[in-house]
Design a protein around this ligand. Structure first.
Ligand code: TYM
Length: 326
């Protein structure tokens, strides 16, 4: 079995990009892989958060993951801050990463341009992400395309540490989906769909009601010229719709394009496919949301499992570094 680890931030509302780029693939792989999934609240606090809302979002994101089909009896599902080893290894990764390496991270550049207060944690964020991954001897990290550079950094840090101190970490690889690796904003298809960008009409939320999903697709920005063709460079809007339709129906975006001569039917079919895909998740979410105590219990069990694995790694890391055993 392949050891798989991935994480998701409990900020904003989960959207179609999160679902197609990550969550759905975690669900599909949980029975064949040895999977660990984490709600990364320590990553969330790299920008100021309202405590009550962070608490509520952490539970809600967990409920969405379980509603999507992640089975806490099959995989390990937990909240990052409940396993203190993440923060501990993060410091060691900060001491393994070079300043220049972190400065080259494109997500830092994007996010720091958009916030007034740029915390040191926002800068060292990828070192924490490397720690998340390396704590669990992870082989494969299923993520969307926007995380590619962070996973490459985790590989570099594992390799560097192993070289300096002897074999300690498994060197992980990213696992990026062939279709819908980068779901774009429906109103601005040159930019990825994102929790942190304010584009309510361009962002399809996994908990949006069917009528809302239909309206957002109906109003999606398309390209000039009425031809339906899969060409992300020249026709980003239409290509985004084709990718979403392909991911939702298991088809191929180029082949699907041949079935449409106008934008209207493509929008309508994509909306319908997304509504149907999300219907079971939304039904289960309504049940789970009624019992937050059960979610809390699931997370405690998950944190206990994760702590054992992370603790064993830290014994090894401390020993290699010359730090005393605890
Ligand atoms: P986050 O919370 O931004 O996103 C969670 C997952 O959703 C994917 N994703 C997308 N995929 C396709 N199209 C999009 N528009 C889109 N937007 C988001 C992301 O690629 C991700 O897989 N830094 C990470 C969380 C993290 C993590 C980790 C991931 C922390 N530690 C360790 C993997 C391993 C993040 O902010 O994801």
């Amino acid at each position: 079995m392949t050891r798989v680890f991935s994480g998701i931030q409990p900020t904003g509302e989960l959207h179609l990009g999160n679902y197609l780029g990550a969550i759905r693939r975690w669900v599909d792989a949980q029975h064949t892989d040895d999977a660990i999934h984490c709600v990364v609240d320590l990553h969330a606090i790299t920008v100021p958060q309202d405590p009550a809302s962070l608490r509520a979002k952490t539970i809600e994101v967990t409920q969405v993951l379980v509603s999507a089909g992640l089975d806490p009896d099959v995989c390990t599902l937990f909240v990052q801050s409940q396993v203190a080893e993440h923060a501990e290894l993060s410091w060691i990764m900060e001491c393994t990463a070079a300043f220049g390496e972190l400065r080259r991270m494109t997500q830092f550049k994007d996010k720091s341009d958009r916030t007034d207060f740029v915390s040191a944690g926002l800068f060292t964020y990828p070192a924490l992400q490397a720690a998340d991954i390396l704590l669990y001897d992870t082989e494969k990290v299923p993520v969307g395309d926007d995380q590619r550079q962070h996973i490459e950094l985790a590989r570099d840090l594992a390799t560097r540490f192993n070289h300096r101190y002897g074999d300690t970490f498994v060197v992980p690889a990213h696992d990026i989906p062939p279709v819908a690796a980068r779901v774009m904003d429906l109103q601005a298809p040159e930019r990825k769909m994102s929790k942190s960008v304010d584009s309510p009409q361009g962002t399809v939320l996994v908990l949006d009601e069917p009528a809302v999903i239909e309206r957002k697709f109906k109003r999606a920005v398309t390209d000039s010229g009425g031809e339906v063709r899969y060409d992300p460079e020249a026709k980003p809007g239409v290509s985004n719709l084709l990718s979403i339709l392909a991911a939702a129906t298991g088809g191929d975006p180029e082949a699907l394009a041949g079935g449409y001569s106008r934008y209207g039917p493509l929008k309508a079919d994509t909306a319908e496919a997304v509504v149907e895909m999300l219907r079971p998740l939304q039904a289960r979410f309504a049940e789970l949301a009624a019992d937050p105590g059960e979610t809390d219990r699931i997370l405690r069990v998950g944190a206990d499992k994760a702590r054992k694995m992370a603790g064993a790694t830290m014994v090894r890391v401390r020993d290699r570094l010359g730090l005393p055993a605890i």
